[in-house]
Design a protein around this ligand. Sequence first.
Ligand code: SF4
Ligand code: SF4
Length: 341
Amino acid sequence: MKPLALFKSELDVFLKELSRDFDIFGPKRQKKGFLDWGKIEGLSDLDLSPGVTKTSVKSFFLPQPEVLFEFSAKTGDERAFRLKEPECPDRKRVLLGVRPCDARSIFLNSMPYKEDCYFQGNIERNIVIGLFCKTHLSTCFCTWVGGSPTSTDGMDIGVYELEDSFIFLPVSQRGEELLRGLGLREISQEEEGQLEAYKSDAPEGISEGIDIAKEFSKKSLFDLYDAQFWQEVTDPCLNCGTCTFLCPTCYCFDIQDEVLRGRGRRIRYWDSCMFPLFTLHASGHNPRGEKVKRVRNRFMHKLKYFPDRFGPISCVGCGRCVRDCPVSIDIRQVIRQFLEI
Ligand code: SF4
Ligand code: SF4
């Protein structure tokens, strides 16, 4: 199926059409001024400014919190402690304006969560309409880690923003099916010209591209593990966990059972490898009791353990951890130090 086009002036009608069958979520300007995910009720809600939202799309696929099952814990209830699946929302969702780095995180997280029916159910429930990047922020580095401003990984549909129109590129089968029903038009010759220029310019938008997956595959795990720089990287870290909660590719969790007024629920919560309790064993032993071990684990997991197991680096270069770390720890600096080993 060929890409299809929509004039920007028709976006409002497009959203109305889409909202008949789907709940739409997209980047929305929050009262405090930053961009974050929100429900899109009309054109005025949607803000397609450059850059990534404060939080990532992770919460649509690994919700915080996520009820895994429910049960009655009432005494005398004959159905007590029989497990019940939580009810799913009737309507599917469209995630609109997902940047290529965030969309790639869905693709990467699908690898360790391949067998997880909750994650896979959320993949089914959320259709991803990505928005390719024309410009970038100083914290973006997708090209270092296997992505690009026009990567389609994790998308059902990818959208190019031209001067007066949007071009919709079908990526998956369901993306194609969705596009067929939306009454979009064929691309004009002028738009085709703009699209070619866009495609050839976009990847150069982010300077200093390094193929680090290739470089790191040559490095010894033990040399990296024992490197001298870990203490220096660790010293300023507060172990606040901000980096891990904002990161689209951090997926550590904890599971807790809660019973309140006879209603029981097993809930999966986000957790963080930066917290000492995360690895504390029931025996009292903690394999990552010292801060340096936790900080090292965060970076080694993304840059060495995950690629050794699954192939790609588990970072999409969105720059959220760089932007919001209170003590300015920069993963790009750690990557440079890896490269020097
Ligand atoms: S955000 Fe910064 S200070 Fe907080 S845990 Fe992460 S690296 Fe450490
Ligand atoms: S490690 Fe940082 S730059 Fe990489 S995906 Fe996570 S938040 Fe984004």
